[in-house]
Design a protein around this ligand. Structure first.
Ligand code: EPZ
Length: 433
């Protein structure tokens, strides 16, 4: 079933528990390869991207088994150092096995990850950084689409990132942990998911200083050891459900929130009219009037406003009482959702790949729309909550990449929402749960 049907118009009420973080789980699953043993990951989200990472582990000769939301990974044996084109095409984050396999076996062959709907997603920062750590790189295979990296010994080095790339920072850390000497990363990404990776690796015996800052120093060690680690909650899933309240109205409780990682999103939602109260890891959020516009909302590297929340805020601002501008600074084609929201009656002008102007309308109309990427799909789901009538969002498999069960979570907040068949006519008349 790759469509979601939402019947809009009702305010949200109830509570839901936030899942584990997708973007913490993916690098940490790759990192388990650095330990020749067993790793236990708690609070691991059961999402498509995690399933794909588990497929890669199995491709390498490892095993992984679930016990509820606990993933037990055994990387004692590595029988291959090849990550196939099929795996990388299914999920570009498999590129994080580049650093992990180099650290463990000093060799890796991995397909070059392509772009996706939000951008070209190059990996030049990854490759030039790792090359400077005494790693040889060759391009082979058809169309030179396979990267073969190998070394007799990884040597620590000073790495200056031109942009605080999350993936490049993570791949350098993964390469450096079992290398020789000290690696210093200047202009490192400060995203909470980089901190989560560093906390996991430190618990497993790595020597890392400057965790969570723009300057990270890794001193290579001989080996890591078995560890049990609890992943942080997902800050973007949290922000998505906060935006749902802003757009549909209501009063809800979100439990198990990553309270230290959502300040920029909370500040924006407070500015547009949400009331937010946090006690420990529980948030009470309410919004019972039309959202206010936001003059200029700019996406930035952490701790700035996250690009992964841009589509969701576009939905909220499409109903604001006035005009707002969004400046997308991170990815070059992350405004595709505008045309889907305009099909629902929004008034959004994409001036160029970095700038969209949203003139708020009184209401959105339900209709048939399409999810172009993970966060755009989630943004259309929350648009359906506020729209008059029924909205059917097609191609929602991309949403299942990052949300364990967005219908389950929003139903527990009182929404009329469910998955439905791909046959749109059947879907439109599909009974709600
Ligand atoms: C991570 O992607 C996240 N994915 C993305 O979340 C998130 O949007 C992004 O960080 C920014 O926060 C995961 O963590 C799995 P980057 P990543 O390297 O690491 C350019 C989601 O919805 N760049 O920080 O790929 C790149 O083109 C996903 O959960 C280079 O030019 O992001 C982009 O413009 C979407 N060369 C910018 O940097 C490189 O070698 C940021 O990319 C690497 C990146």
């Amino acid at each position: 079933m790759s469509s979601i049907k939402v019947i809009g118009g009702s305010k949200l009420k109830g509570e839901t528990i936030i899942q584990g973080s997708k973007n913490a789980a993916l690098p940490i699953i790759a990192a388990t390869v650095l330990n020749q043993g067993v790793t236990i990951l708690r609070n691991c989200p059961r999402i498509l991207d995690v399933f794909h990472m588990i497929d890669v582990l199995k491709e390498l000769g490892c095993t992984a088994n679930w016990e509820g939301n606990t993933l037990i990974v055994d990387t004692t044996y590595i029988s291959s150092t090849k990550v196939s084109e099929n795996s990388v095409q299914k999920m570009r984050s498999s590129i994080l096995f580049l650093g992990a396999l180099l650290g463990r076996t000093q060799e890796v062959s991995i397909a070059y990850p392509g772009g996706c709907s939000i951008g070209k997603r190059p990996i030049d920062y990854h490759l030039e950084s790792i090359k400077s750590m005494n790693v040889s790189q060759e391009f082979c295979g058809e169309n030179n689409s396979i990267i073969h990296c190998y070394t007799d010994k990884i040597k620590g080095n000073d790495i200056f990132l031109r942009f605080p790339s999350v993936g490049a920072t993570q791949n350098v850390i993964l390469t450096a942990v079992l290398g020789e000497g000290i690696t210093r990363i200047f202009n490192a990404a400060r995203e909470p998911e980089v901190l989560d990776l560093c906390n996991f690796l430190s618990l497993a015996g790595a020597r890392i200083r400057g965790k969570g800052t723009a300057f990270i120093e890794i001193e290579g060690v001989k080996a890591l050891h078995d560890v049990e680690y609890k992943l942080s909650s997902d800050r973007i899933v949290t922000g998505t459900y906060m935006a749902a309240v802003a757009v549909a109205g209501g009063d809800v409780v979100l439990r198990n929130i990553p309270v230290n990682h959502i300040e920029s999103v909370s500040n924006v939602l407070k500015r547009i009219g949400c009331k937010i109260r946090v006690t420990d890891d529980v948030m009470k959020i309410s919004c019972n009037k039309r959202p206010l516009p936001y003059d200029i909302l700019k996406t930035q590297p952490y701790p700035g406003f996250p690009t992964d929340m841009q589509s969701q805020l576009m939905t909220v601002l499409s109903l604001a009482d006035g005009a707002s501008t969004i400046i997308e600074e991170i990815f070059e084609s992350r405004f595709q959702n505008a045309k889907e929201l305009n099909k629902m009656g929004a008034n959004i002008t994409v001036e160029n790949e970095n700038k969209a102007v949203i003139r708020g309308v009184n209401s959105l109309q339900g209709g048939l729309v399409r999810a172009y990427d993970l966060r755009a799909g989630a943004a259309l789901v929350i648009a359906g909550l506020a729209a008059l009538g029924t909205t059917v969002i097609r191609d929602v498999t991309c949403v299942e990449r990052g949300y364990e069960d967005i219908c389950r979570d929003l139903r527990s907040l009182g929404a009329s929402i469910n998955y439905c068949s791909d046959n749109i006519l059947a879907c439109a008349s599909y009974p709600m749960a």
